[in-house]
Design a protein around this ligand. Structure first.
Ligand code: KIV
Length: 263
C-alpha cells in the first residue's frame, strides 16, 4: 500500500520509526521503495552529489522537476518529497507556483528550508492541499549566512527559537518537521513538542524518522564525511542488502548510534 502523510502520523503515534533516503533517478527510486523505505527525498543535494557544485544554491526548479519525474517513474509506493530549490519560495506567491510545478512532476509533498518566516507560506500551501516538510537546524540553502555547515541550536536562545518555530510551523499545517545537525537533546524536545512526525539527519535517534543521502549511506561520500553518516554498504554484499540493513537499524534505534550523534 502506498505511504501517505497519514501513514507517517500513525507511525509516530504507535512509536514505529520510519525511514527516508534520497533518490534522484528511477533505478534508485525502485530499489529504495521496493526495499520498504517509507519516504524518498528528491533532495536539492543533487546539486552537490550529481552536479558537482559546492553547495545546493545553483539547483533550479527545472532540475527539481526533472529528477522528481524520474523518481516518480521508478517509485513503488513510497511518499515522494521534493525540495523547493534556493530562492524559489521567497514569497508566498512564488512558493505556490514552485509547489505546483513539483506536485505536477509527481511529488506528494514539498520541502522548504526555514523557520517562522515560512508560517504564512506553510498555511497557504496546506489550505491549497499541498503537504509540506519544514527543514530546520542546518539549512544548506543559507550556508553563506550561517558561515558554513555547522551544528545549529547549541546556544539556549537558538534552541528555544527552533522549538517555537517548529511548533508554529506544525500549527500552520506542516506535515513533517526535518531537523538537520542539531544536538540530540534538542531534537528530542522538538519531537515531543509537536504532533507531526519529525525526521532527523545528524539529530540523534529520538526523532520519529531518519534520512540520509543515498550516496553517503553507500559509502560514495567524496571529501569530508559528516559525523552523522554511516556507510551501510560496509559489511553488506549488495545495495539492496545495505538499504535493508539501514531500515532494520533505524527501526530498532541502532542507527544513529552515539558516534553519529551531536551532544
Ligand atoms: O537535499 C537533501 O538531500 C536534504 C537532506 C540532507 C535532508 O535536504
Amino acid at each position: 500500500m502506498a505511504v501517505t502523510v497519514n501513514t507517517l502520523k500513525e507511525m509516530k503515534q504507535s512509536g514505529e520509526k520510519f525511514t527516508c533516503l534520497t533518490s534522484y533517478d528511477a533505478t534508485f527510486a525502485q530499489l529504495v521503495s521496493s526495499a520498504g523505505v517509507e519516504v524518498i527525498l528528491i533532495g536539492d543535494s543533487l546539486g552537490m552529489v550529481l552536479q558537482g557544485n559546492d553547495s545546493t544554491l545553483p539547483v533550479t526548479i527545472e532540475d527539481m522537476a526533472y529528477h522528481t519525474q524520474c523518481v516518480a517513474n521508478g517509485n513503488q509506493g513510497a511518499l515522494l518529497m521534493a525540495d523547493m530549490p534556493f530562492m524559489s519560495y521567497a514569497t508566498p506567491e512564488q512558493a505556490m507556483e514552485t509547489a505546483a510545478v513539483l506536485m505536477q512532476s509527481g511529488a506528494h509533498m514539498v520541502k522548504l528550508e526555514g523557520g517562522d518566516w515560512l508560517v504564512e507560506t506553510t498555511r497557504l500551501l496546506s489550505e491549497r492541499g499541498i503537504p509540506t516538510c519544514l527543514h530546520l537546524g542546518l539549512t544548506p540553502q543559507t550556508v553563506n549566512k550561517m558561515g558554513g555547515y555547522k551544528v545549529q541550536g547549541r546556544q539556549d536562545q537558538q534552541a528555544d527559537k527552533m522549538i517555537t518555530d517548529a511548533v508554529a510551523l506544525a500549527e500552520a499545517g506542516a506535515d513533517i518537521i526535518l531537523l538537520e545537525c542539531v544536538p540530540y537533546e534538542l531534537a528530542d524536545k522538538i519531537t515531543k513538542a509537536v504532533d507531526v512526525p519529525v525526521i532527523g539527519i545528524g539529530a540523534g535517534n529520538q526523532t520519529d524518522g531518519q534520512v540520509l543521502v543515498i550516496h553517503d549511506m553507500l559509502g560514495a561520500t567524496t571529501g569530508h564525511r559528516p559525523k552523522f553518516v554511516k556507510n551501510f554498504l560496509e559489511g553488506n554484499t549488495s545495495i539492496q542488502a545495505a538499504i535493508e540493513n539501514y531500515i532494520t537499524d533505524v527501526k530498532s534505534g541502532a542507527f544513529p548510534s552515539e558516534e553519529h550523534t551531536f551532544k
